[in-house]
Design a protein. Structure first.
Lengths: 443, 443
């Protein structure tokens, strides 16, 4: 028996394996071997017929697609608490009259913990294996993500207003720095980080301070960038420059910056972003729902930018399903660019996997299925009416599937969901707890 | 015991009942009584505590939303056969180089039957209870829809080219008329009808002939209208008029005409459509995917037009999930109209239920849950991570749910799906059969 098969502690047997590695065709009737959280081999069972070692746990992927776990490169997991609390409203009213007051009134360590757990539960259930999260009371989000078994870049929110858990904004950088020091090295799966709310809500001093801390620890800095045209006007009024050039003056336009939304970028800004290597996260459903605008993602991808995909908080979406987000990203580009080819199925799956990994600086560890990489893998059950037939597995993933089609979820070689049963989290407890919390919320 | 409770043969117990009847608030902890396919009572269990009669079948709707079944007002069920066969292509290339040749080569009574069965299976699985279908070999679609238990307006396709099953286009009206005569009165659930492919692909004579037949039998006529700007230009070139005015000259702009797509209508056309009562079906995902354009649905709804919702054939979507379609309809209007309020959750649920019923001329029978109406009802399981919490059930339906959340489906008082188990169709047989058919398809 092949040594790698004998030594594996987890084996995914059968199915169509989409590795998302550059230039690699789908492998039908595949086998993926995993040992100690690492992918040790990927092959067609037609070539190597031996079964797995008797010690290995086996995931049956017959009639299924095996692919890299999805990467939600911009979310606020705890905002599940406010899912559907304030819909069909303009962004400003939604944010200032509903969400900020709800956050001020209802967020505390306990609610953030349970809201984050619910977010993790939903993301596991819909095939996400890695998240970039930015919010407040992030010790609790770290705790929730750690318990869930997900991989994550968990960032402490920074804003120059009194914020949940940070009533004195002059202390926001200190709180954030202490958050990093507290969690750095805590787990190989969790990277702490900073999240500046936006160039409008953070002063120049705050932005520079946050960047300086991020650089000191060599960690990415997350930010909301150019989400609304009002924001562009405000930054131009304050600084005489468009946001990318303003942030570039401060030194932030860099491969260490992860900018979510990035809707209202002109050609000069896209060119500057490319030159400096800044990362972008497309959140099309939130952008549509809040009337924020349509990001020129096809042009960004064509210009060579590194663009990932995110759901945003599910209070502006209103779910954390990256399958829906891929579908929307592809269709929205087609109708916006009037180009059916530009952002095709392959490109949006890359945005949700390999490009997402690059956005988070984790491209050497995750994002594709390759020998030596971490085993962050999902299995999508295609034996279902809406996934039959499958002429092209990438097309099926983007245009036909949704998160409920995910059968198994593996992070770092650990099975977090098997046949839709959760192994790390108790869905009944979490849902019931959030129901109780939400029954007291009104705004 | 209340006589209606005692006499019911089917009872839906518990859950939040959204009737979609004008002005009626959701009923929490509801009970819906059904006898002989008719809704006989809807009340809160808090008011009437007696349980159901011992003879009644009971659907448990605890932790669920009970609502009218969704109406897919424009689809081509058998096109499941071509799901994902040709993606990321412009409409013309998709249609003329891929779909028309695939239809010519692979459609026959057997493939249309199995493709339609798969479409019905998928639609039941995602909460659709009534469809408006237009295609070829429609005897087979009638047979499939009849076996599935769905309600449907099933229309024979008419086009002035050699078509599947109608090699001689001079006979297309005769074939269609015979189709109607064959199926009229066959079942209370199935209404036969005609479907003219478009004003471009059907001559003036064909359009008038189809309209005349439809009027003779008092049946709606379905048509694709103003899907691309090329089509508008072609019609103007041929007739000197925009499509709505051209069809109006022929007498077709009338409450008996159901026009799908209706993207490129100007204000004058919208005003004429309103005056004449023509019905419109919005198919946003197909329109986006094929780069056809964005229909001004908010303006149409505001102008008082009757607008339903459809998936189109799933080869341009690529699924038949009306929950996804509602989400896309709402978000697309927000970003297109830059108006977060215009097409809100309530309006799009109406488009998929009560307005859809009006489009099909079935508003007295279905579309809302009211005493005396036919029991076309779905139960949506909200005890799931992505549907917690529920501050507003309509928002949860539109922005958070997808078709896989539908637990039970009832049409005309008959349970077609219970706890996700199908009662009329065999999913394994259908999926395996379509896999075999599709393994021979390439284009």
């Amino acid at each position: 028996m092949n040594a790698r098969i004998r030594d594996a502690d987890l084996v995914i047997e059968g199915g169509m394996v989409i590795t998302m590695a550059q230039g690699q065709a789908p492998i039908s009737n595949g086998r993926v071997l995993i040992k100690d959280g690492i992918i040790t081999d990927i092959h067609s069972r037609n070539e190597k017929c031996e079964g797995p070692g008797v010690q290995a746990e086996v995931i049956d992927a017959k009639d299924a697609i095996v692919m890299p776990g999805l990467i939600n490169a911009h979310t606020h997991a705890a905002m599940t608490l406010f899912r559907g609390l304030a819909d069909d409203l303009p962004l400003k009213q939604w944010l200032f009259e509903k969400i900020f007051p709800a956050e001020a009134k209802y967020l505390n360590p306990d609610t953030v913990y349970w809201g984050s757990l619910l977010g993790c539960l939903e993301m596991i259930a819909s095939g996400t294996t890695c998240i970039a999260d930015g919010y407040f009371f992030q010790d609790e989000t770290v705790r929730a993500v750690h318990e869930s078994g997900l991989r994550g870049l968990i960032a402490q929110g920074i804003i120059d207003f009194p914020a949940p858990g940070v009533p004195d904004p002059t202390k926001n950088l200190m709180v954030a720095k202490e958050f990093i020091e507290r969690w750095l090295g805590f787990s190989t799966l969790i990277t702490p980080g900073l999240f500046c709310h936006s160039p409008v809500t953070c002063s120049e001093q705050t932005l520079k301070g946050a960047w300086e801390i991020s650089r000191r620890f060599d960690l990415p800095l997350q930010i909301h960038l150019s989400e609304t045209s009002d924001e562009i006007n405000e930054i131009i009024k304050r600084t005489g420059k468009r946001p990318v050039f303003y942030l570039d003056r401060l030194g932030l336009i860099d491969k260490g910056l992860i900018a979510a939304h990035a809707i209202h970028l002109d050609e000069m800004e896209i060119s500057r972003v490319f030159k400096k290597g800044m990362k972008i996260v497309h959140v099309p459903e939130s952008n549509m729902k809040l009337c924020a605008g349509i990001a020129p993602i096809r042009d960004m991808v064509n210009a060579g930018l590194t663009v990932g995909l995110g759901t945003d908080g599910c209070s502006s979406n209103n779910n954390l399903d990256l399958f829906c987000e891929m579908d929307t990203a592809a269709k929205l580009s087609k109708i916006y660019d009037l180009d059916p080819v530009g952002l095709n199925a392959n490109t949006v799956v890359k945005m949700a996997t390999s490009l997402g990994a690059s956005v988070l600086g984790l491209e050497k560890e995750i994002g594709t299925l390759e020998i030596g990489k971490r085993a962050d893998i999902i299995v999508v059950d295609t034996h279902q009416p809406h996934l039959c037939p499958v002429y092209d597995p990438l097309s099926a993933i983007v245009y036909s599937a949704n998160g409920a089609d995910v059968k198994d979820v593996i992070v770092n070689g650990k099975v977090l969901m098997k046949n839709r049963g959760f192994t790390t989290l108790d869905p009944v407890e979490i849902i019931e707890k959030v129901k109780v919390i939400s029954s007291n919320i009104s705004i």
